[in-house]
Design a protein around this ligand. Sequence first.
Ligand code: GTP
Ligand code: MG
Length: 561
Amino acid sequence: MLHKHKFPFWYLSLPVGSAKRMRTFALFLTTMASSFTVCRLHMRGRILSKRYCSSALSSAEKIECKSLHALQVERQDQAEKSVLISCQSRTSEKKFLKFLSKHGDIKKYFFYESYGVYAVVEFASRDSVSSLLESATIPSISQESIVPFKSRLLSIRNLSSVNQQLNRKHLGFLLLGCVEQQILSLTKAYQLTEENSRLRFLVCSLLKDIAAAYFPECTIRPFGSSVNGFGKLGCDLDMFLDLDSISGVCLQPKSGFSLEYQMKRVNSERAITQSVLSVIGECVDQFGPGCAGVQKILNARCPLVRFSHQPSGFQCDLTANNRVAMKSTELLYLYGELDPRVRSLVFTIRSWARSHGITSSIPGAWITNFSLTIMVLFFLQRRGPPIIPTLDHLRDLAGPEDRSMIEGSDCTFVRDFSKIQLQNNTETLEQLLCEFFEFYATFPFSRMSINIRKGKEQNKPEMSPLHIQNPFETSLNVSKNVNSTQLDRFMALCQESSWLLQQNKTSTPNNTPTPWGLATLLLPSQVAGIKSGKKRRREPASERIKSLLESLKKQNQEKTG
Ligand code: GTP
Ligand code: MG
C-alpha cells in the first residue's frame, strides 16, 4: 500500500483522467506533469547512481554517490525548509509562486494529487518558512472547535476558487463592456466546462462500481444542473440510481413451463427505495474511496444519500426512483438549447439571486435554483412574441416515441428539436434582464400561479406565498417551501435591480473599475432589508464582491494618481 504523502511515490497516485478536471486545472496539471518529469528523472538519477556506484562509472558520477547517512541528512534538511500546502484546484500556479516567494527564494516545488491537489515547497532558507507561518491565519470555523496545533501543513485560500461567486479576474470582465457582454462573460466564466462535466460522469461511474456489487445491472446517471445546461462550476452532483433495467420483462408464457426469479416483496416503492439507498449509502460510507460525510436522508419526500466526493470536490446527492426529476432535467436542457438567450439569462439571474442570498445551498424557506429557473422560463414564454414555447405546445408536437407516463404523470414532450418552430423575437439580453426584474417586481403573486405548461399565469389553487406549478406533477407546487419574507425580499430586489439598470442607461461605461451594469446588480442591497422590516445581513459573497471592487478602485487610483 502506497503512503500518499511519501513523495518518492507521489506520481503513482496521479489518476490518468484527472488532467481533464477543469479549465485552469489543465494548466495546473501541465505543471504537475512537468514537475513529475523533473522529479522522476531526478529520482532515477539517484537510483542509477546508487545502483552503479561500484561499477565502472565516470568519476563525476561516482562523486554523486552518497552514504545513506548523508542522504538522510540532506533529505532532513530539505524537509525542514519545506511546507506542504493543500491547494484549491483553480489555484493559479503563477499567483501561487508569486505569493509564496514574498517570504524568500523557493528552491524546489512540485504538485501532486491525492484527495485534492497538494504542493510541496522547499525554500532556500528556514527563515522563509517561519515568515510564511507567521503570515498564516487560524481558520475561522463557526460551529466546530479547533485543536490549537500549528504545523507546516497549510491550505491556500482565496487566490481563486471554484465556489467563489466572483473573483478579481471575472469581476474585471464585469466592469468592462455593455451589459450584454457582461452577461455573456459571466456565463462563459461560470458555466460547467467540458472537463468538469466529464468528471461528473466519471464520479457516477465510480459509484456505479460500488452499487454494482449488489445490483450488477444498475446504472447511475447525473441529473439536475450537472446536465441541464444551467450548472455553475461548484454546483452539486445529483445522481439517479436506475434499477429499472433490472426489472426485466414480464412475458406471459403461451404454454409449458416458465421460470421466474423469486424476489422479496415490500409494501411500497418508497420502502424499496429507502432500503436500497440505505444499503448503498452504507457501502459508500464504508468502502467508497474518497467518499466522506455520508448522510442517509431516507425520510425526505425524495429519499437520498448525501456525501462529499473528495477527489472531485463534488457534493453529491444520490437518489433512486426519481424519474420525474430526470424528465424535468431533459425539459430544462431542451429549453436551454432552443435559444442561447435562455441559458445566459438563467445563469445571470441565478448568480444575482445567489449574490443577494435569495437562493442558498442550505435547505430552507429560500427560493431554489430549480424554481428560479422555471420563473425565468415562464417570463420568456410571456414575451411578445414568446422566446420559448409552452410545455403544452411541446406535448402537442410529441410523437409516439416521445410518450412518457411516470407514476400517473404525463411527462410527454417532443424531443426532436427540429420539430419546434420558434417565433421571431429580437430582444437583447440587456432588455430581457431589465424586463425580468420589472415583470417580477409587480407580479400578482398573491393571486396567481406560475405555469410553464400553459405559458400563462393561472389562479392559485392553494395559498402558499409563491406558487409555481410542477411541470409534470401538476398538483404540486415546486416552491411550497418559500415563505412570504423570502418572496418579499425577492420582489424588493427585483424592484431595486430594475431601477439600477435604468440608471445605467443614462450613464456609459468608462475605463475606471467602477461598478457598472451587471456588476452593480451583484452588490449588496439594503432595500430588501428595509422592505422586510429588518436590516438585512450582508451576504458574504456580496461582501467579497464589494471589497474586490474597492481594491480594484484603489489600485486604479494609485495607478492614475
Ligand atoms: P443546483 O442548485 O445548481 O443544484 O440546481 P439543480 O437544478 O440541480 O437543483 P437541485 O439540486 O435542487 O435539484 C436537482 C433536480 O431535481 C432539479 O434540476 C429538478 O429536476 C429536480 N427538482 C428539484 N426540486 C424539485 C421540486 O421541488 N420538484 C420537482 N419535481 N423536481 C425538483
Ligand atoms: Mg443540483
